[in-house]
Ligand binder design. Structure first.
Ligand code: CO
Ligand code: CO
Length: 306
């Protein structure tokens, strides 16, 4: 089917206490592995590309590739911008038919984060595309801060409510104990904080940096209210491991198809594992309305954008 927005699948996940995986793709083989895994598990899936991934592959090129895979797929596939750092990249992705956006203003002060997020939401909602934004810090990697230091940057429920109301976002990325780029799974989520956030704000919550979180803690996080989970590092680890293994066993190999296929197969199995962990397997057919309208009642004309 054609690409769908992330709105309908995440509302279904939110309602039925499972999480949709958002898996990062940086090239053809990663995108193929992700979509193939979703089909084998009959799961809705979000293929996401970060700004780094877009500068590697090209915005139009990555979009065309993932759109083609979605059209052949039997499960709903959304194309999401992961960590858009400014208005420009969100608009460029909107122009290239992305069906889900993210603005990451977590490095800005609260007022600036609200102002830019709100502008992106207004624009994206005019063409029915949902937007994720981030409040609180999910550190770039464990070298940036310790888990003890992280506590003061975690998302506060009252501020989160204010942020959602002021910006009109569709999904909220929260800081609840995870960090990006962790190669070992040892982080533990603050489950009580997730519960409080779930009670306080009514939009689906997003977990970044899941590769570093203990899998049992991920399960508890989903039960407590996480509806979208981003996975990148774990996929890269699995892809690279089996590609290296192939090259070590076949030192004279020069055929890219052979060693990239080894990586793709490992990535596919890694995605299947995460889909089952997130309990999104066999959910592809139950989503009542795939392209749910985003709320745009306060938007009349382009003139209303400040
Ligand atoms: Co992230
Ligand atoms: Co990421």
């Amino acid at each position: 089917m054609s690409l769908v927005t992330s709105k309908g699948m995440l509302l279904d996940a939110h309602k039925n206490n499972y999480a949709v995986g958002a898996f990062n793709a940086n090239n053809l083989e990663m995108a193929q592995g992700i979509v193939a895994a979703a089909e084998e598990e009959n799961a809705p899936v979000i293929v996401e590309v970060s700004q780094g991934g877009l500068s590697h592959g090209g915005i139009a090129e990555m979009s065309a590739l993932i759109r083609a895979l979605a059209e052949k797929a039997t499960v709903p596939v959304a194309l999401h911008l992961d960590h858009g750092m400014d208005i420009l990249h969100n608009i460029l992705c909107l122009r290239e038919q992305f069906t889900s956006l993210m603005f990451d203003g977590s490095q800005l002060n609260y007022e600036e984060n609200v102002a830019i997020t709100r502008d992106i939401v207004k624009i994206a909602h005019m063409v029915n595309i949902p937007v994720e934004a981030e409040l609180g810090k999910v550190p770039k990697d464990p070298d940036e801060m310790t888990f003890e230091e992280l506590k003061q940057y975690m998302t506060e429920p009252d501020e989160a409510l204010n942020f959602v109301e002021q910006t009109g976002i569709d999904f909220l990325a929260v800081s609840v104990g995870s960090m990006h780029k962790m190669k070992v799974r040892k982080a533990i989520l603050e489950i009580d904080r997730i519960k409080k956030l779930r009670e306080t704000v009514d939009v689906p919550l997003v977990l970044h940096g899941s590769s570093g979180v203990e899998e049992d803690s991920i399960k508890k996080g989903i039960e407590a209210g996480i509806s979208k989970i981003n996975v990148h590092t774990y996929l890269a680890q699995n892809f690279t491991r089996d590609m290296k293994k192939y090259l070590n066993e076949n030192p004279d190999a020069i055929d890219l198809r052979k060693y990239l296929a080894a990586g793709r197969e490992a990535l596919k199995e890694a995605v299947r594992h995460k889909i089952r962990l997130f309990n999104s397997n066999n959910k592809a057919n139950q989503i009542e309305k795939i392209n749910v309208d985003v709320e745009s009642d306060d938007i009349e004309t382009v003139d209303s954008i400040e």
